[in-house]
Design a protein around this ligand. Sequence first.
Ligand code: MN
Length: 703
Amino acid sequence: MSQSQLVDRILNNKPEPDKAILNKAYIFGTKMHGRQLRASGDPYFSHPIEVAGILSDLKLDTTSVVCALLHDTIEDTNATIEDIEENFGKEVAKLVDGVTKLTLLEGKPGSTKQAENFRKLLLASASDIRILLIKLADRLHNMRTLHFIKDQKKRKRISIETLEIYAPLAGRIGMQELKEELEDLSFTFIEPKIRDILIERLKSSKKKKSKIVQFTKKELEKVLKKNKIKSSVFGREKKPYSIWKKLEVQHKSLEQLSDIFGFRVCVDSISECYQVLGILHGEWQAIPGKFKDYISTPKKNGYQSLHTTLMGPQNQRVEVQIRTEKMNELAERGLAAHWIYKDTEEVERDYLSSIEWINDLVDILNRDGATEEFLENTKLELFLDQIYAFTPKGTLVALPRNATALDFAYAVHTELGNFCGSVKINGIDKPRRTILQNGDEVEILKSKIPVALESLQEFVKTGKAKSAIIRSIKEKKSHNQRLLGKAIIKSVFSSHRKKPTRDILERSFGALQVNSLKSLYELVGEGTSSGSQVYDLVFPNNKRKKRKKNYVEKNISIPVQGLLSDMPAQFAENSFLVPGDKIVGIVSPEKGITIFSVDSNELTNFEKSPESWIKLQWKKDIDFTFTSRIKITIINEVGVLNSITSTIADYGGNINNLILNEKDNDFYNLIIDINVNDNRHISDIVKSLEGLPVVEAVIRFIG
Ligand code: MN
């Protein structure tokens, strides 16, 4: 098409186009695409021209036509978006940019697998409905010229994509004609043999058919004229694809289908539509259950018409659609038809603004209140609250707006979330908390070990991710507690040279009200029960053997010199003093003598009454043990417990209690009570523990 032919075509369709800008775009496009060729051998620029032609036939505004001429310049030539803006202004640049972005999305492999999501993605990405219309026109021309592509696989892939994504999209915005052409072109490449057979079969009955069509058309016109209705009557020929679809869906024979004739009656007003209906029903027998009134209840995409089926003049079934010219325009061109009903450029611009077209679409889609077709289970507002991101393999993932890369990982698979080590978005390393944008490609790099989820909880938006994280933290905690409980039991038992086998441990189930080893370990791990308690339960007549008796268990007097025989004496509460520790006594009328460590903070309370202090000293050759308490900070690996307990055992310490506090993710605080001979004994143990690589710090707690 030459420059002047295009302008003529647009002039025909639209009374006052801005010729100057059209010519400028034509020249810009020609220059940019230069010597590029299409698969057909035609100059590349023939393609944008044809796309512009399609849009002008849709009676779209000049801006759309200009964008059509420029639509491939960013993607396929050296032109930049700045060049476009400089030459054609912001609006054109925005539209061309939008079309380019849709084209980039389109190239994702595997995206057709979730056609519905992909359609939503395209809708959500097109900030202006014209972007979508240009894209559809682009696709239509590419389909019209697809036979030039030699690669059969590629032809089929593009056709399937067209059939699954673009044709339904055209249908949903009401562009029936465009939809049917896209479907039929796709059908040509996807099922060429079936299509040939269909056409062949249809041909044989065509002569007979066309006679019936002609006759029926005349009869219809005659009846309407007699009733003084000004109308135009069309006999419709069904496209091979829609016949094929009916064969597939309705399981009817070709003969049954080709017996159905379709007619369309267009009149001036709505009241005439109902008048025509009355006339036809009076003249011919109406087939019950076939009448539909889409005028009082339009379809979601705005479609309005009356449908009825009659036994026609020659006893053939005749489908008749009755509608006004305006409805017909809308039925064939859908949203694009709105343009011709807009009065001034000003209104048009308002109408086209990005927010407005969405409202308009919502309005159209909501017209019959139903949701099944376009919205499925979501409202449009809801899906505009969604974003669509891709896996590297091209699978589409729908997420709420503001969802992060971590949400994405959980949406793909819970495991992927739990092991989400790091992420790449569009090939670039990004934090896991990054908020995703429409069309982002997200690659999740798995870590070898489960990631610390506690700190990531606030970075997810979706319910799925939130509950998965909570569940996982809980599981991890009880898993760790089980491991820990098992280790505690093992170490207590081995200090008595016993093995905690299943048979033995089961003896404690009743008393501890558990029903499995797992829950027994958990009970000990979380500190509800202790290892020695379990031991005492399973060996009731075999109380723990001790090399020496412990002071606490033996009801014996305190082995300290300097106490007064007529006064009761005791160690300070919460103190863990052992022989050799420096001690002092405080005398009080109520308590008698309380023994403190000389380093105890509580002694400050008695600084003002030096008379109550008495000097004390441990006796020599004490023949029993004392309980000493240490606090160890260890690296968060449950396995390290073994090396700690065996070290203590090797130094002759006897563990009688083990308490675990989780400090944070990387460290545990472990409190161990050990029966020792004296303070040299415990300090030897502390020193050897400090030497272990897994131990971060050891503190002796004296009190
Ligand atoms: Mn193109």
